[in-house]
Design a protein around this ligand. Sequence first.
Ligand code: 2IT
Length: 448
Amino acid sequence: MSYISEVIEMTERKNPGEAEFMQTVREVLGSLAPAVAANEKVLRDNCILERMVEPDRQIIFRVPWTDDKGVNHVNRGFRVQFNNAIGPYKGGLRFQPNVTLSVMKFLAFEQTFKNSLTGLPMGGGKGGSDFDPAGKSDAEVMRFCYSFMTELYRHIGPDVDVPAGDMGVGAREIGYLFGAYKKIRGAYENGVLTGKGLSFGGSLIRPEATGFGATYFFNEVLEHLGESIKGKTFCLSGFGNVAWGAALKITELGGKVLTLSGPDGYIYDKDGVSGDKIDYMLTMRASGRNVVKDYADKYGCEFVAGKKPWGNVKADVYMPCAMQNEIRIEDAKAMVSAGVKYLNEVSNMPTTNEALAYLQANGVIVAPSKAVNAGGVAVSGLEMSQNSERLAWTEKEVDDKLKHIMKGIHTQITDALSAYGMGYDLVAGANLAGFKKVADAMIAQGLN
Ligand code: 2IT
């Protein structure tokens, strides 16, 4: 059996029931055949693949907290520290009822390769809780975050592990988490978390970074193919921070955003989501209602309940900005029938492996999330640099660095593809490029 198949089978055996984690392991390892063929003995001797699929540690803890009525609750907290070969563990915290160990592991595994692609010294980690922030008061969120940090603090630090936000964790939560950490440690180590408020060490452009970076990366793809964003139509899903940043940059570059989505359905704005309508996304998010229909009610456009735009709206580009596995095989088939040419994945692992294979086999250009959304964590890396140097860069300085990083990711991918004599397969290229740097560092550092 091939080295890759052996490791996939072993991982399956050791992690029963972890569907999301196995999905990403199959996807990533499945693309590494050329790297293994070129260097099999060294990789095997150093147990590189076996070590890459086994997290350094997986921390699971109890998070008790009291709601505003005085009723007590217990949630489960996680931090998966996957790989620190190239830098301290780095990755977000997700607060969402469907968080499980498998979800944390898929995200932390992906994060390892994504962070490698940024070119910055960051390892891979992820954490969170099955806590549902919907409908909670500020005081409840604060008590939850303080309790969560009472355990998390002992596992993190500016040179150890640097969490940030993800779904359900924004500036408010990061503020409370930092406050709790500072209180427990008795030290002002603001490099311990990223995505902080600007008044205590946050970076300009961090809120925009994931959406801006995703658009910059896609722009590189189009340039490579001799095209441009100007005049192209986009379907986005989600209406949070990531979709907001993407909508801002897409419209600035002359593209048109036709759709947004929420748990309740999607809106179709044939005039394009632009100007004040983009600002309104922030209002909707801040309301805590978590419904996108408010947009249709306010601007009088179409709202389709209970569906995603995939296959239902024709556009040049689909850009999922919401969830994992939101594009399934039936959506992929509908996309191909609708003549959609590009899938620019923004949310982590938005496409099932089956859908991905179908899209690629049918000529859709797929830009993978670990490259496309890397701008978010890249600016987190820039926040860490600013914190450790005790300074703050201007908006332009951060934005220029972000553009440069996104361009660099595209170049690394095309370099990896040409090194292995492959065509323009961005999915394989991102895995091969991300893998190489981490594997080289692991080999150099010996068996640990
Ligand atoms: O998925 C991601 O890359 C993030 N949620 C951001 C992680 C970070 O450390 O900024």
